[in-house]
Ligand binder design. Structure first.
Ligand SMILES: *Cc1c(COP(=O)(O)O)cnc(C)c1O
Length: 431
């Protein structure tokens, strides 16, 4: 049999269905808001409307209840939420925040916004989240916080990371953008650290177009997040607050439209996750006899919610490199509806290790003179090789695919499996 990359017939020619979660409920909710004429109700001064309108406040109550957390604060993105979280902890210029290099860039930029120095710790080879041992080696007298990411839907090692944080009296911010509805030892992600942040952008499990939610049990953190969200500097005088640290505000407000959609989406979350998890289990079981492919399993006593399905490819066992293998798999598959330009949704690596971005390599962020990197200890390095496991995963082993969502049929999933199996069986053709 000839592989499609060599001119053979591909396993799949028709587009895969799109991930579509928006239905009659969201349309009715949006119409309800449109009919009211009030598309947002925030006022950026000390007034009852400082906390937003009825939909925003309802989403916040429902989100807090769903995740079993005291406070949920709706914002216009997870990026904004991360900025609020760092600001709320009183982080100062020159403070250090330990971060993962293997995540979306905003998880580490949040440190820079407040002049803090991101210090990159390496990740776990099998779960891809921050490695406790590596975080321990990155601690210094300047460390003030750790930003732990639940990467690809896998909860971070909360027992290990939180114990380190307690021991050193520093805070944990949990970036749960990719893991709504995951659990770690009975605790929902987003509530594992001192403050959690979710994303509601279009690519996430549930979405409002753009949006985010910050969660915390700490009333003081929650109130600071609300202030930073909505022009803190113009509010705190009349509010009677005296703490001025980081009380420079932004406009990170969510509209009533997004909040109304978010309330509907939250109700659908569990069903969407159940379908997605079942699809991932089906695919990893069907690929279990391919020795070169190692799926990422849930952490012990935890629930992984598979933002994407990440796996490792061991080229030594295949006799062919990851990227050559994946090119052949992609040739067997078709794109997905609404994402045609990306081609088949199978990708080698994730984002390049963040310290390799020009901003870190050149140490230029705000202004041309190197702020805030000019405040860093000289030991803080962004050199290539800083996080060897991340580099090995990214450049050699890790791949992920996005053909797991619950709008896919069993037949669609079988095509995905068949593509991998076919390339595995006939890999001599691409050696
Ligand atoms: C998507 C994502 C973000 C940013 O979310 P936005 O809502 O787009 O700002 C942050 N961190 C991680 C890990 C993400 O996947």
């Amino acid at each position: 049999m000839k592989l499609a990359i060599n001119g053979g017939t591909p396993v799949r020619k028709d587009l895969f269905p799109a991930y579509q979660t928006i239905g009659a409920e969201e349309k009715a909710a949006v119409n309800r808001v449109l009919s009211s004429g009030t598309l947002s109700k925030f006022l950026g001064c000390w007034d009852p409307d400082f906390y937003g309108g009825t939909e925003v406040q309802a989403l916040e109550r429902e989100w807090a209840e769903y995740f079993g957390v005291r406070h949920a604060i709706a914002v216009n993105s997870c990026t904004s939420g991360l900025y609020c979280a760092v600001g709320s902890l009183g982080i100062e210029p020159g403070d250090e925040i330990i971060v993962s290099p293997y995540t979306m860039s905003a998880s580490t930029t949040a440190a820079l916004i407040y002049g803090a120095i991101p210090v990159f710790a390496d990740v776990e080879p099998e779960h891809f989240c921050l490695s406790v041992e590596s975080v321990r080696r990155c601690l210094s007298e300047r460390t003030r916080a750790i930003i732990a990411v639940d990467l690809f839907g896998q909860p971070y090692d909360a027992d290990g990371i939180n114990a380190l944080a307690n021991e050193h009296n520093i805070s944990v911010i949990e970036d749960a953008a990719q893991a709504p509805g995951a659990h770690y030892r009975g605790h929902p992600t987003g509530t594992l650290g001192d403050v959690g942040v979710f994303s509601l952008n279009y690519h996430k499990h549930i979405h409002t177009g753009e949006g985010g939610v910050v969660t915390t049990d700490d009333g003081e953190i929650a109130e600071k997040v609300r202030l930073i969200r909505n022009h803190a500097e113009a509010v705190i005088g009349d509010k009677g607050s005296t703490d001025l640290v980081n009380m420079v505000g932004f406009n990170y407000r969510m509209t009533e439209l997004e909040a109304a959609i978010g309330r509907c989406q939250l109700q659908k979350l569990e069903d969407l996750l159940v379908g997605r998890i079942a699809n991932c289990v089906r695919i990893s079981q069907a690929l279990a006899d391919v020795p070169a492919i190692v799926p990422s399993l849930p952490r012990e006593d935890s629930r992984h919610v598979y933002y994407v399905q990440a796996m490792r490819f061991l080229s030594a066992k295949a006799g062919v490199g990851r990227d050559v293998f994946l090119d052949a798999v992609r040739a067997e598959l078709a794109p997905s509806r609404n994402r045609e330009s990306e081609g088949p949704l199978v990708f080698g690596g994730y984002v390049a290790p963040l310290y390799l971005l020009p901003m870190y390599q050149k140490r230029i962020a705000f202004g041309s003179r190197g702020y805030p990197f000019n405040l860093a200890r000289k030991e803080v390095s962004y050199a290539r090789g800083s996080c060897p496991i991340t580099e090995q995963l990214h450049f050699q082993e890790l791949f992920y695919h996005d053909l797991i969502h619950p709008n896919l049929s069993d037949g669609d999933l079988d095509d995905v499996v068949d593509a991998f199996q076919k390339v595995w069986r006939y890999r001599a053709e691409i050696r």
